[in-house]
Write a protein that binds this ligand. Structure first.
Ligand SMILES: Cc1cc2nc3c(=O)[nH]c(=O)nc-3n(C[C@H](O)[C@H](O)[C@H](O)COP(=O)(O)OP(=O)(O)OC[C@H]3O[C@@H](n4cnc5c(N)ncnc54)[C@H](O)[C@@H]3O)c2cc1C
Length: 381
């Protein structure tokens, strides 16, 4: 399949990164011929479909935070023809610490004063209990709230990019795995499970498989490491949960929030994994239940459903965005880590702007491109 427009582009991966890049490519250059290739039968099957769906602006490296800020316009003022309802629902985030965790609370407050884009405020225990009533009061020694956070409707956000992309003439091929990419003249020949595809430019949005895709294209990997994170649903307390916060341990031992009549819970762990479709381990779920029952009065006994997602980081935990220095027609957009949903609009736009040889828009002011440059790991060797 060769593109019919002036330049043809294949975006590999139909998670939130891939659909945002595909949408933004056609926004920055409507003349491009863009196809999105996804190996699974449905889009968003992997990490994108397994997140905690939170917008927490004070999360991640400085470049991640700028990409989050650059995403706010799409999240808050999404063009009406791309969504049916608002993408954000306000929800404060509450971090609690026991007596033994005093230092961690001080660290988060100091970091908040120094670098936070939105407020990080210490609150008293009564206020913490009001924000998340099931907490065991005797275990809450100190508490911090980030009041400007929100839940993201991840399905609708993903769909907003798909709608924009399709309406601009983009094509999506599911059940199409890219097994190899071979340089072909100035472009690429992709061997896929649905036959060969010829394109001028490849964009690697393959999530946990980002280095696998690069290696099959003869491009040096950047050192991506996927980490497991377990999540599960349990019955809620049967109370009116209006106004409840997203609550978590200050040292990332657990977190949870209400989700309709259920509670969404996580062990918040970070265990290395190969790129794969990971399954929950009974021991991890049991450990999370123990911790949650110690910290709350929810009395969790059984789990309704459980899953694991892979949060994939580059070695310095910033994203990898832009043309490969050794193969400029191979573009990277990987290493989203734990902020790939909230940064998706910004990361997609930046990738598209760099892919067409443009400079970053004003919304990326303050972003040091060296922090996301794909060649940054190679130049150190
Ligand atoms: C438990 C958990 C909680 C999280 N909470 C949050 C949160 O609150 N807020 C937030 O912003 N982020 C959160 N994240 C992180 C976020 O989910 C990820 O950063 C984001 O989903 C990554 O998106 P992606 O498109 O890069 O990866 P993916 O969604 O994994 O997409 C990659 C796609 O590439 C496809 N692919 C791979 N190889 C090939 C190939 N060779 N050919 C064709 N297709 C291929 C895969 O099938 C997959 O669909 C969380 C993650 C987890 C696991």
């Amino acid at each position: 399949m060769t593109g019919t427009g002036s330049t043809s582009v294949a975006v590999i991966g139909g998670g939130i990164a891939g659909v945002s890049v595909a949408h933004h490519l056609l926004q920055v250059d409507p003349g491009l011929d863009v196809v999105l290739l996804e190996m699974e039968a449905t889009l968003a099957h992997h990490t994108t479909g397994r997140s905690a769906a939170l917008l927490l602006e004070n999360l991640g490296t400085p470049s991640m935070r700028i990409l989050s800020s650059a995403s706010l316009d799409h999240l808050r003022h999404t063009p009406e023809d791309l969504v049916d309802a608002p993408l954000l629902a306000h929800r404060p985030v509450l971090h609690v610490g026991t007596v033994e965790q005093d230092e961690a609370v001080d660290r988060m407050l100091a970091e908040g004063i120094e670098t936070a884009t939105t407020p990080t405020i210490e609150i008293d225990i009564d206020e913490a209990m009001r924000l998340f009533p099931p907490l065991r009061r005797e275990r809450v020694h100190r508490a911090i709230v980030e009041p400007d956070s929100a839940d993201i409707d991840v399905g609708a956000l993903h769909q907003s990019f798909v709608r924009g992309f399709r309406r601009a003439g983009g094509r999506i091929a599911t059940s199409t795995r890219v097994d190899a990419a071979t340089p072909d003249g100035d472009g690429w020949r992709l061997d896929t499970t649905d036959g060969p595809v010829g394109v001028d430019v490849v964009v690697n949005c393959a999530g946990a498989w980002g280095d696998v895709v690069a290696t099959t294209a003869g491009v040096a990997p950047v050192g991506l490491q996927p980490f497991r994170r377990t999540a599960f649903m349990v019955d809620g307390p049967g109370l009116d949960t209006t106004g409840w916060a997203f609550a978590g341990d200050i040292d990332h031992q657990w977190y949870l929030r209400d989700d309709g009549p259920q509670m969404f819970c996580s062990l918040a762990e970070e265990n290395p994994s190969e790129p794969c479709d990971p399954k929950p381990e009974e021991l991890d779920v049991a450990m999370a239940i123990d911790r949650l029952n110690e910290a709350t009065t929810l009395g969790i006994r059984s789990v309704n459903s459980a899953w694991v997602g892979l949060r994939t980081f580059a070695p310095d935990r910033s994203m990898v965005i832009g043309p490969d220095p050794d193969r400029p027609s191979f573009i990277w957009c990987v290493g989203q880590g734990g902020t790939g949903i909230q940064t998706s609009a910004g990361a997609g736009r930046l990738t598209a702007e760099l892919a067409v040889g443009g400079s970053p828009a004003a919304v990326f002011a303050g972003l040091d491109l060296d922090e996301v440059r794909p060649g940054r790991f190679r130049s150190r060797q």
